[in-house]
Write a protein that binds this ligand. Structure first.
Ligand SMILES: Cc1cc2nc3c(=O)[nH]c(=O)nc-3n(C[C@H](O)[C@H](O)[C@H](O)COP(=O)(O)OP(=O)(O)OC[C@H]3O[C@@H](n4cnc5c(N)ncnc54)[C@H](O)[C@@H]3O)c2cc1C
Ligand SMILES: *[C@@H]1O[C@H](CO)[C@@H](O)[C@H](O)[C@H]1NC(C)=O
Ligand SMILES: CC(=O)N[C@H]1CO[C@H](CO)[C@@H](O)[C@@H]1O
Length: 434
C-alpha cells in the first residue's frame, strides 16, 4: 500500500479531503495535488472556494442524511473545521413532503431531529419577522431546525489544504490538459498545459465542473474514446450575489438562520440565502441553473467558459436579475432597498441523480474519479476523503459503491429539480431580445 503514489487533480473539497485522509493514513507516501489555482489565491474557480456554504443534514435520501450528520459532527468538534462552522439553524419554506421524510430519516438513524414544521402563519413571526414578507405561495410548512448552519467555505478549504502541505502533500500549480497512459493502457499521470508530465500509480480526478472537458481532451489526445465522460457528467452554473448590509439591517439580520425556498421538479430548484459574513455580506444563490454546452473537439459538451477564471466574475444582467428575484422571494419589502455589490457564477459538476461519482474510471486502470458534488457536495468536506480512500482500496460498502459508480443506471434528469434546465446562451439571449 505505502508504495503507492497518488496524484490528485483538483484542490476542491473532494481532492483536498482525499489528500488529507491519505497523508494521515500513509505519512510517507508521495501525494501530490495539482490545481490550476494556488490554494491561497485571491480568486479561484473551485465551487468549494466561496464565502460560505450551507451545512445541513436535512436530506430525504437516507445515505446523504447519514453522511451529512457524520460530516457535521466533525465540523462541530474537530479544531481544524470547527472555527469555520456557524450553527445558525435553518428556515426552510417547503413545498413538498420532504420535511416528513427528513424527520423519519433522523429517527431511523437514531438522531434527534431538532426540526419542526410550522404553519406559515406561525413561522412568519419568528426571528423578529425577518421572513414576514417572503413568498409563501404553495408553501406547505416551514421547517425550522437548530442543527443546520453554514461554513466559511473558502477559509476552511485553505486551512485544510495548508494542513495537508504541512503534513507532506505536494501542491503543484498547473493546468492539466490530458492524461498519460502506458502501453497496457494504464493511466500513469497527467500532462500539463505547459507540456510537463506528472506521474503516479493512482491518478484521481477531482476536477469539478471541468471534468467532462478534461476527459474529452484526454480521450482525444490518447485516442481512447472510452475515457470520455459520455454524458455522465454535466457542468452546471448558477449565479450568486451579495449585498453589504447597512448598520440597521445588520443589527436585524446578524443572527438570522440559513434560509431556503424549495420547490419541486416542475417548478424549479432550491433557492437559498446565507446569513451575513464578518464583512456583513448577506448572500443568495439564484434559481436559474444552466449548462454551457459547446463544441469540444467535435462533441457537444457542457463546460465552464474557456477563460482561465471560467469568466466567473463577468455576470450579465439577466443573471443579476435572478439574484434580485431571490431577494424578493425571501425578504420582500425588507430587502427592497439593498444594493447588490458582488456577483459570481459558480460552476459544479452534476449527475442526473445528483449523486457523486466516487469510482474507478472504467476506461483505464490507475484512473479514478471523485467529484460531481451536484450543488450539494461542500457539506461533506470532512468525510469525503474517507470514502474516496475506501474506493481506492476497493473497500467501499456495496450500497455506496453502486450509488457512486462510474457505470450505473441514471434516472431521467427531468425528475431532478436541481438539474440544469437552461442553456446559459438562452438566458443571455433573452436580454439581447429585450
Ligand atoms: C453557487 C453554489 C452554491 C453551492 N452551495 C452549496 C451549499 O450551500 N452546500 C453544499 O454542501 N454544497 C454547495 N454547493 C456545491 C459544492 O460547492 C460543490 O459540490 C463542491 O464544492 C464540489 O467540489 P469539487 O472538489 O468536486 O469541485 P471544485 O471545488 O470545483 O474543485 C475543482 C478543482 O479542480 C481544479 N481543476 C479543474 N480542472 C483542472 C485542470 N484541468 N487542471 C488543474 N486543475 C483543475 C479547479 O481549479 C478546482 O480547484 C454549491 C455550489 C455552487 C456552485
Ligand atoms: C409542483 O408544484 C406545482 C405547483 O405547486 C404543481 O402544479 C406541480 O404539479 C408540482 N409538480 C410535481 C412533480 O409534484
Ligand atoms: C431556531 C430553532 O432552534 N428553532 C427550533 C428548532 O427545533 C427545535 C425543536 O423542535 C425548537 O425547539 C426550536 O425552536
Amino acid at each position: 500500500m505505502t508504495s503507492n503514489s497518488y496524484l490528485i487533480v483538483g484542490a476542491g473539497v473532494f481532492g483536498v479531503s482525499t489528500a488529507y485522509t491519505l497523508i494521515r493514513k500513509y505519512p510517507n507516501a508521495s501525494i501530490t495535488i495539482v490545481d490550476r489555482d494556488a490554494y491561497d489565491a485571491d480568486s479561484r474557480v473551485a465551487a468549494s472556494w466561496d464565502w460560505n456554504k450551507v451545512i445541513r443534514a436535512d436530506y430525504d435520501d437516507l445515505i446523504y442524511c447519514k453522511l451529512a450528520l457524520e460530516a457535521q459532527d466533525i465540523f462541530e468538534s474537530d479544531p481544524l473545521y470547527q472555527p469555520f462552522f456557524h450553527k445558525t439553524g435553518i428556515y426552510w419554506m417547503c413545498r413538498t413532503d420532504y420535511a416528513t421524510q427528513v424527520v423519519e430519516n433522523y429517527k431511523k438513524l437514531g438522531r434527534k431531529a431538532e426540526l419542526e414544521a410550522m404553519s406559515v402563519k406561525e413561522a412568519r413571526r419568528l426571528y423578529g419577522g425577518l421572513f414576514e414578507d417572503a413568498d409563501y405561495t404553495d408553501v406547505r410548512d416551514v421547517l425550522v431546525n437548530k442543527t443546520s448552519g453554514w461554513a466559511n467555505a473558502g477559509d476552511a478549504l485553505r486551512a485544510v489544504t495548508k494542513k495537508c502541505i504541512e503534513l507532506g502533500v505536494k501542491y503543484v500549480v498547473a493546468e492539466t490538459e490530458s492524461l498519460t497512459f502506458d502501453r497496457s493502457g494504464r493511466c500513469t499521470g497527467v500532462k500539463t498545459k505547459k507540456g510537463e508530465t506528472l506521474s503516479a500509480s493512482k491518478v484521481v480526478l477531482c476536477t469539478g465542473a471541468f471534468t467532462a472537458k478534461l476527459l474529452e481532451q484526454a480521450a482525444k489526445a490518447s485516442n481512447k474514446p472510452d475515457i470520455s465522460a459520455g454524458g455522465r457528467i454535466i457542468a452546471g452554473g448558477i449565479t450568486t450575489g451579495m449585498t453589504k448590509l447597512d448598520e440597521e439591517s445588520y443589527k436585524r439580520f446578524e443572527h438570522m438562520p440559513v434560509a431556503v425556498q424549495s420547490y419541486n421538479a416542475t417548478t424549479g430548484p432550491f433557492v437559498g440565502s446565507l446569513p451575513p459574513t464578518a464583512d456583513r455580506e448577506l448572500k443568495w444563490w439564484g434559481q436559474k441553473i444552466f449548462k454551457n454546452t459547446q463544441d469540444i473537439l467535435g462533441k457537444r459538451i457542457s463546460a465552464p467558459p474557456p477563460e482561465p477564471d471560467y469568466a466567473q466574475w463577468k455576470v450579465a444582467n439577466p443573471l443579476k436579475q435572478d439574484i434580485d428575484y431571490a431577494n424578493s422571494i425571501f425578504y420582500g419589502k425588507n430587502g427592497a432597498h439593498w444594493k447588490m455589490e458582488k456577483h459570481r457564477i459558480c460552476w459544479d459538476a452534476f449527475t442526473s441523480s445528483s449523486d457523486f461519482i466516487i469510482s474507478p474510471h472504467a476506461g483505464a486502470q490507475g484512473l479514478y474519479v471523485a467529484t460531481c458534488g451536484s450543488f450539494h457536495g461542500y457539506k461533506f468536506f470532512p468525510v469525503l476523503g474517507k470514502y474516496v480512500v475506501q474506493m481506492l482500496e476497493g473497500e467501499l460498502e456495496s450500497e455506496l459503491k453502486e450509488k457512486w459508480a462510474w457505470d450505473r443506471e441514471r434516472p431521467d434528469e427531468k425528475l431532478n429539480p436541481e438539474f440544469p434546465r437552461w442553456e446559459m446562451k438562452e438566458i443571455l439571449g433573452a436580454q439581447a431580445k429585450l
